[in-house]
Design a protein around this ligand. Structure first.
Ligand code: BG6
Ligand code: MG
Length: 214
């Protein structure tokens, strides 16, 4: 029985994908590194520094740890500038409705995101006080597919992992949910993940009944 639902943030609750892409593209162009939307897909759910490592696979030279840190901060600066324009209108279809329906049914709701910008994003979209728990990139050591971010969310809510369901748009996130011993609803880019328990094109298609009968 599902007692809590843990939502990934980027690509599940809010559409920040394009901003991430634009930030990385600008950085890659400045460094003369080949980058495109196909490579960008591999960055879904992956931490900032691990994302940079994927981008640097195409670099002609090697970078020191200090240079990598500076590059990641530079990208984050570009991304944060774009995030300033984020508003409640960027919340994805059906997300608020599903969150509210779950809360009305007595099911706890949390955020489980790799992003260190989670608090800022939640404020920008007006959802800073909506969730029972927020577990994010600032609080974890290992990023998805490690289950740490979801296990932390479950422990903050005092719900055992077996009673949690994760909503994810990244393959790495689906794997993190399974590694945590949780059920998983795959949306968006993760739609075709073979091990997800349920899939949907949009949260508008998902009801509390469907999730609770898993
Ligand atoms: C995840 C995104 O939610 O957060 C990734 O899917 C991103 O693409 C990661 O790299 C880390 O984000 P941030 O905001 O800490 O740079
Ligand atoms: Mg995501």
């Amino acid at each position: 029985m599902i007692k809590a639902v843990i939502f990934d943030l980027d690509g599940v609750i809010v559409s920040t994908d394009e901003f991430h892409y634009l930030g990385w593209q600008k950085l890659a162009d400045e460094e003369g590194i080949f980058f495109n939307r196909t490579i960008n897909e591999r960055l879904r759910g992956v931490s900032r520094l691990e994302s940079l490592e994927i981008i640097l696979e195409k670099a002609a030279k090697s970078y020191s740890p200090e240079e990598k840190k500076a590059l990641a901060e530079k990208k984050n600066g570009y991304y944060r500038e774009l995030l300033k324009t984020l508003s409640p209108s960027d919340i994805l279809p059906g997300a608020i409705e599903l969150v509210n329906a779950l809360k009305n049914a007595g099911i706890k709701v949390a955020i489980g995101s790799s992003s260190k910008n989670t608090p800022f994003i939640l404020r920008q979209i007006g959802l800073a006080d909506t969730f029972d728990a927020v577990s994010d990139g600032n609080q974890i050591k290992k990023s998805k597919p490690d289950p740490e971010v979801f296990l932390l969310a479950a422990s903050k809510m005092q719900i055992s992992p077996g009673h949690c369901l994760v909503v994810e748009d990244a393959d790495a996130g689906v794997e993190a949910a399974l590694n945590a011993g949780m059920k998983c609803l795959a949306v968006g880019s993760a739609y075709n993940h073979p091990q997800a328990h349920l899939k949907a094109n949009s949260l508008s298609e998902v009801s509390v009944e469907i999730l609770c009968n898993l």
